[in-house]
Design a protein around this ligand. Structure first.
Ligand SMILES: Cc1ncc(COP(=O)(O)O)c(C=O)c1O
Length: 443
């Protein structure tokens, strides 16, 4: 009944609806801990944290309580011309967790807007400099295979042909540079990163005076298929962007809130971005919320008289939604009280150990892991086989919800996953790769 009603009116994201209409979709009714439960009562381990958002598990009593408490106060009040207590409280708490040189926070409500805001702030920052030559800084550097969201500004920065090609006439054009992908390039990590850095340096040398910012997904390019870069690579990107006065915009929408094993990937890699974009895990994965953080220097460039037109003219109706802020605050309190990050360390090791057996499978080209973000790239299949989707469907049939990125199987469980559940995730993934790939002919 639910499936029929769904198919009557709904249009799902990133979904070929013809296939959907012919399928028997799973309809989720509730979540408990690390499990999703459908209308038939069937349970699915949430192997991708409900699209990389859930942090401490579903139906967490502390987060539930915080949202209910806030609901008794107010569900929503505008942030244009007013403030509210929970947004102030959450921002103050969040400041304790983000890189310490970032001191200003601009709220929004999803990852795409967090990145668009970062981009607009970087652009406007240079336009408001006293030195006229700095106002030439209008261009952006973005990387191959980058994904920063689906609104047009974010799509302009994105570099995923399949998703973005059709919108090309609508987009602004960043300078596109290669992100290291050693497996695809058939090079060592060192060679691939050195080549990317050489190209970045040459570009900055030539055009740095025209470049406002560089947008990067630190440590893991998520939607590209969990494509990994080293700390060294990021440190070099930071150092070069410093040298050429280019603002570094770190898109930590996917990597933030513990996914890499540190609160933020930038901290793990030892770099200080000028602008940090966060969303997804910010509310523990409960409600839509995002934030763009900047240094005080950037913020100060927007101060002036009203008539100076230095205001940042940007805002969304549900900016800083109080219920979402309450969830975010409760999530940070759990991080602190339950020592989520230190509890994660043995689980990251367990994941690493379990992945060795998967990496050895003949159908696996490479396994990439950064903390709790994992990409298992299958090798040698024609893309039309959609082998990634087949493996994930087999896992779903066994009660583990996975969603692939092409032929990359993504594992990104909630940080709260238990040892037994992690074993189940690893074991099911392995079994399903064997059962799905085992009787397919390779290219
Ligand atoms: C790195 C990155 N940036 C931005 C986004 C867009 O976030 P949202 O879907 O909340 O707009 C995503 C979503 O997956 C992402 O992974």
């Amino acid at each position: 009944m639910w499936a029929t009603r769904d198919k009557q009116h709904l249009w799902h994201p990133f979904t070929q609806m013809k296939e959907w209409l012919n399928s028997d979709p799973i309809i989720i009714q509730k979540g408990r801990g690390n499990w999703l439960i459908d209308v038939e009562g069937k349970r699915y381990l949430d192997g991708v944290s409900s699209l990389w958002t859930n942090v401490h598990g579903h139906h967490h009593p502390k987060i539930n309580r915080a949202i209910k408490k806030q609901l008794d106060l107010i569900a929503h009040s505008t942030f244009l011309g007013l403030s509210h207590t929970i947004a102030v409280e959450f921002a103050a708490e969040l400041m304790k967790w983000v890189p310490s040189h970032l001191s200003r926070l601009f709220y929004s409500d999803n990852g795409s807007t967090a990145v668009e805001i970062g981009t607009k702030i970087a652009f406007q920052y240079w336009q408001q400099q006293g030195n006229p030559s700095l106002r030439n800084k209008t261009k952006f550097i973005a990387f191959s295979n980058a994904y920063h969201g689906d609104t047009l500004g974010a799509v302009s920065l994105g570099g995923m042909d399949l998703f973005h090609r059709i919108y090309d006439p609508l987009l602004f054009k960043p300078i596109r540079l290669p992100f290291p992908y050693p497996l695809q390039e058939k090079r060592s990590v060192e060679e691939s990163e050195a080549a990317a850095l050489a190209q970045l340096e040459a570009t900055l040398k030539q055009q740095g005076h025209d470049i406002a910012g560089l947008v990067i997904e630190p440590l893991m390019q998520g939607a590209a298929g969990m494509v990994h870069s080293t700390h060294h690579f990021l440190q070099q990107v930071r150092s070069l962007t410093h040298q050429y006065q280019v603002l570094l915009i770190a898109d930590e929408v996917a990597t933030g809130f513990g996914r890499t094993g540190a609160m933020f990937a930038c901290q793990k890699a030892g770099i200080n971005p000028d602008i940090l974009c966060i969303a997804k895990g910010i509310s523990g994965g409960y409600l839509p919320l995002a934030a763009t953080l900047t240094t005080e220097t950037i913020f100060e460039a927007f101060l002036g008289e009203h008539s100076d037109h230095k205001t940042f003219f940007h805002g969304h109706t549900y900016t800083a939604n109080p219920l979402a802020c309450a969830a975010g605050l409760a999530s940070l309190q759990i991080f602190e009280k339950e020592k989520t990050l230190s509890q994660l360390e043995p689980k990251i090791k367990q994941l690493r150990d379990g992945l060795c057996a998967i990496a050895d499978l003949e159908w696996v080209a490479e396994v990439r892991q950064e903390g709790f973000m994992v990409g298992i790239e299958l090798g040698g299949f024609d893309p039309t086989e959609r082998m990634g989707a087949k493996v994930c469907q087999a896992a779903i049939d066994k009660g583990v919800f996975l969603r692939p990125l092409g032929d990359v199987i993504v594992l990104m469980p909630p940080l709260s996953i238990t040892e037994n559940e992690l074993n189940l995730l690893l074991e099911t993934t392995k079994t399903c790769i064997i059962s799905s790939c085992g009787h397919q002919v390779k290219k």
